[in-house]
Design a protein around this ligand. Structure first.
Ligand code: NAP
Length: 252
């Protein structure tokens, strides 16, 4: 029922985790896909190969989403290759530890630059293209941290909360161009981002105990709601934040 045939999607951070799962699911739904990544060439190439094997077009573009020159290059390349950008998934992000009172300024700046400025930079380049098309879907990946806060990760939570405010603002600003802007807010997900903390089985059990559905999801389970928001089934949704967390945000 969901068919993205004829649509071109640009997914930041598409080499691994939630971005990778989203890129592959979008291709299964017949979209052509551009992914971006920061450094992991082999992971990015594997995603492109997998999508091409499915009969869809795909390219991977290397660049830092927090650098204006990289973002301009990425958007230009995608436009040269595909001729348009219909769907933007702002997914690239980082999650680091930072106790307030001893958080180095560099940690704060890095998180804000990648998680928040990166979303602004790429959206700022893509929106003029979508305005000309008078069609666009922007899906920003926030977090439960942005909805309820996250102790010892206040910089991350602040960046993700700001994304929700950014989303609501653009939803109103861009509605007349038929550009819909929404958020997906995952809780814990089984990706490389959490691999280090999930090495401790006791921590994993403690995390599971905070999730009503009682387990940690795979990235594919976040990709589904992202696909829904990109599809025609979501034509009347803009400015929303969809909680995709097994109920955990209700219990914090
Ligand atoms: P992940 O597995 O760590 O993958 C991160 C992706 O982002 C990779 O493709 C990485 O590229 C790319 N990336 C990182 N920094 C970048 C930069 N400066 N410029 C360009 N690309 C960059 O992450 P994930 O767990 O899938 O998370 C994806 C999104 O979901 C993030 O926004 C995260 O905050 C959010 N989220 C995750 C969780 C979770 O539990 N995992 C929970 C809530 C929200 P390389 O492969 O080249 O490094």
């Amino acid at each position: 029922m969901i068919d993205l045939k004829g649509r071109v999607a640009l997914i930041t951070g598409g080499s691994r985790g939630i971005g990778r799962a989203t890129a592959i699911l979008f291709a299964k739904a017949n979209a052509d896909v551009a992914i971006t990544y920061r450094s992991n060439d082999s992971a990015a190439n594997l995603v492109v190969e997998e999508i091409k094997n499915m009969g869809r077009k795909a390219i991977a573009l290397k660049g830092d989403v927090s650098k204006s020159s990289d973002v301009k290059m990425i958007v230009k390349e995608v436009l040269n290759y595909f001729g348009k950008i219909d769907i933007l998934v702002n997914n690239a992000g980082i999650w680091t530890y930072g106790a307030i009172g001893e958080m180095p300024e560099e940690i704060w700046d890095e998180t804000m630059n990648v998680n928040l400025k990166g979303v602004y930079l790429i959206t700022n380049e893509v929106v003029p293209i979508m305005k000309k098309q008078r069609w666009g879907r922007i899906i920003n990946i926030s977090s439960t941290a942005g909805q309820r806060g996250e102790a010892f990760h206040s910089h991350y939570a602040a960046s993700k909360g700001a994304i929700i405010a950014f989303t609501k603002s653009l939803a109103v600003e861009l509605a007349k161009f038929n550009i819909l802007v929404n958020c997906v807010a995952p809780g814990w997900v089984n990706t490389d981002m959490c691999a280090e903390v999930f090495k401790d089985p006791a921590f994993v059990e403690q995390v599971k105990s905070t999730i009503p559905l009682g387990r940690i999801p795979e990235p594919e389970e976040i990709a589904g709601p992202i696909l829904f928001l990109a599809s025609d089934l979501a034509n009347w949704i803009t400015g929303a934040t969809i909680s995709v967390n097994g109920g955990s945000v209700l219990c914090g």
